[in-house]
Design a protein around this ligand. Structure first.
Ligand code: ZN
Length: 239
């Protein structure tokens, strides 16, 4: 392995502009000296997240001077081909439903495998050793590409295939949504919680809508329901 080619103090964060990836960004900014971000346009129907993520980056720079200097380049990858080949409720105008195989129809096959593989290609060019993603085994969806074993296997495959020693970090893997809010508070205090509430986008329906206690969104889709429930659980444990 060409360890010398990877800067171990650097990280590339899969940053979609949602609650989870914003918490991951803060986690990386606390740990590493140089942090870059990457996003993917796969023609997701909630493409509004791609606008919101730029606002979140701006807010992070504005509100956290200790992180501002570490936060480097943002990479944007056009992955429209994934939208073309995926028949899912995230990439087509169809209602959310559970499928016979027990997976929600919002599952985009191969999505996180491709994201990390493309991120690794960018990290390879940028000499970045660490990659950070918000995958989580404990949320409702049961996406197989969010599982710990999948990510561990992918790390091995990427290191063999690119002859580097990348480390894939998934700090939210074993946290529920209430614990993710608690982690955000721990990392960036009220300022980070406020930034996440106000500016991150979670809703599958692209609704921004009026501000709720848990943020903006339709309040009904599976992503909003999860975010709302997690926030309520977190505030209940704080009380
Ligand atoms: Zn929603």
């Amino acid at each position: 392995m060409n360890d010398a080619l990877n800067d171990s103090k650097s990280a590339l964060v899969l940053f979609s502009g949602g609650q989870d990836s914003t918490t991951c960004l803060a986690w990386a900014l606390e740990r590493f000296d140089r942090v870059e971000t990457i996003a993917f346009d796969y023609r997701q129907r909630h493409r509004i997240e791609l606008d919101q993520r730029l606002i979140v980056l701006e807010e992070v720079r504005r509100r956290f001077p200790q992180w501002k200097e570490k936060l480097g380049e943002d990479h944007f990858i056009d992955m429209g081909v994934l939208g073309q080949i995926s028949e899912t409720s995230l990439t087509r105008d169809v209602a959310f439903a559970m499928k016979k195989d027990g997976l929600p129809n919002s599952f985009v096959p191969g999505r996180n495998l491709l994201f990390f593989t493309f991120a690794a290609a960018v990290a390879w060019r940028r000499n970045i050793r660490n990659m950070v993603g918000g995958m989580c085994e404990t949320d409702f969806s049961g996406y197989p590409d969010c599982r710990d074993n999948t990510i561990k296997a992918l790390q091995v495959a990427l290191n063999l295939g690119m002859d580097r020693s990348f480390v894939l970090h998934t700090p939210l893997m074993w946290l529920d949504k209430a614990e993710t809010w608690a982690l955000a508070k721990e990392l960036g205090g009220d300022a980070l919680v406020e930034t996440i509430l106000e500016h991150t986008h979670t809703c599958y329906e692209s609704a921004r809508g009026p501000m709720n206690a848990w943020g903006r969104g339709c309040g009904e889709c599976p992503a909003c329901a999860l975010r709302k429930r997690g926030f309520e659980m977190w505030t209940a444990t704080k009380a």
